[in-house]
Design a protein around this ligand. Structure first.
Ligand code: NAD
Length: 377
């Protein structure tokens, strides 16, 4: 079983899908591991560190030759995998809705594409869940980046020259990223409030010492759909939420938005008119900027990797937030992949044999066909 890892080629991608730690573990399972020279450089992992872990390090063409499994963060175009075993497994974040063309190309090339973002949100798959591991880091980084851009301090400070007020931070969308954003802002000493469409998050917000801000007594209030994900809300709910948010964000210094709905453009949570009510010097970090519809992500007018200033309010967001923390993001991502493949490792066959619950959820292509139910509907 030959496991190959190529240098990521997508612009701005700094992560790598294998670390020396996971290379060692795969080798201990009996696999042969090959890494393209320079694959870990952007994540501060040297070729020597991979070699020391027992991996073969070399040029892409040699690495891919005879590979049975390819690990990647963002998958290469299938043409880059010429020479890999027929039907090789490719585990990566495929962006199947955004890059359907690439899924079709993987099917045509005969590879078995495994979309890590389709990992079911079930207890036994928690350690394999790349969305959680990467969102956790993103939630942390959103607060740090917003704090850096903010022209004031986060904690309350009582000094001889007078008191500095604590920053007010509002987190919109309390999934994995939102929870970490709340925790990080609290650690920095801010006064934190948060909202979500899923009422189950109320208690989680409170348990982190933040204040829940929720729409009450409106039709279509429960926004929880399959797998714990949010669904699109009723027009009544959206109107009530907009009113509630308008009143609240006018008093905030920092707003972090994290709301996503799988397979859809990110919901618009903050309009230009609402931004105009905020104080000059306030900062909005839009974690959903890359999942937007072209006019912004959760925030109207946000632009990936740019600071947009409107009415004195700074709006920012990264196209790829985990890539701004490449060493930790790679370490966690690589462990997710190892936990996934090793859980299904069949010792006799010397390869992973996926079960139906997880295999059918993540598998996009097999035997020349697109097989994912989520892509068929
Ligand atoms: P996500 O990234 O899909 O979305 C972020 C948050 O935005 C969610 O909490 C969502 O409810 C919220 N949101 C969506 N539309 C909104 C709107 N209009 N206004 C306000 N908020 C809005 O979320 P996620 O971090 O992937 O978490 C999704 C679910 O999966 C949660 O229930 C989480 O607890 C669960 N989860 C389970 C596991 C597991 O058991 N293995 C692991 C991770 C997450």
């Amino acid at each position: 079983m030959r496991i190959a890892v190529l240098r990521e080629t997508a612009p701005g991608e700094t992560r790598v899908a294998l670390t020396p730690e996971t290379a060692k573990k795969f080798i201990a399972l009996g696999a042969q591991v090959a890494v393209e020279s320079g694959a870990g450089t952007a994540a501060s992992i040297t070729d020597a560190a991979y070699a020391e872990a027992g991996a073969e390090v070399g040029p892409a063409q040699k690495v891919v030759q005879g590979a049975d499994i390819l690990l990647a963060v963002q998958p290469p175009e299938p043409a880059a995998l010429a020479g890999a075993s027929p039907g090789a497994l490719v585990a990566a974040v495929f962006d199947p809705f955004g890059r359907r063309d690439r899924v079709d190309a993987y099917a045509a090339a005969g590879f078995e594409a495994l979309a890590m973002e389709f990992m079911p949100r079930i207890t036994r798959a928690q350690s394999m869940d790349v969305l959680s591991s990467q969102s956790n880091l993103s939630g942390y980084k959103a607060v740090i980046a917003a704090a850096d851009l903010y022209g004031r301090a986060f904690p309350m400070m009582m000094t001889a020259a007078g008191t500095v007020q604590a920053a007010r931070v509002f987190v919109m969308g309390v999934g994995v990223a939102g929870l970490q954003a709340i925790a990080t802002a609290r650690r920095l000493g801010a006064q934190v409030s948060a909202t979500d469409v899923r009422s189950a998050t109320k208690e989680q917000i409170q348990s982190l010492g933040a204040k829940p801000v929720f729409v009450e007594k409106v039709a279509g209030i429960e926004g929880e759909g399959a797998g714990g994900y949010a669904t699109e809300m009723s027009p009544e709910y959206q109107k009530a939420q907009a009113e509630l948010v308008s009143g609240h964000i006018a008093k905030q210094d920092i707003v972090i938005t994290t709301a996503l709905i799988p397979g859809r453009a990110a919901p618009r949570l903050i309009t230009g008119a609402q931004i105009a009510t905020m104080k000059p010097g306030s900062v909005i970090f839009d974690l959903a900027v890359a999942q937007g519809d072209g006019t912004g992500g959760n925030v109207e007018g946000s632009r990936a990797d740019q600071v947009v200033e409107k009415h004195g309010v700074k709006i920012m967001g990264y196209a790829n937030t985990p890539a701004t923390l490449p060493a930790d993001a790679s370490a966690l991502y690589a462990r997710n992949l190892y936990n996934f493949l090793s859980a299904f490792w069949d010792k006799e066959q010397g390869k992973p044999v996926l079960d139906a619950e997880i295999g059918d959820a993540v598998r996009l292509t097999r035997g020349g066909q697109v097989v994912s139910e989520r892509l068929k509907s």
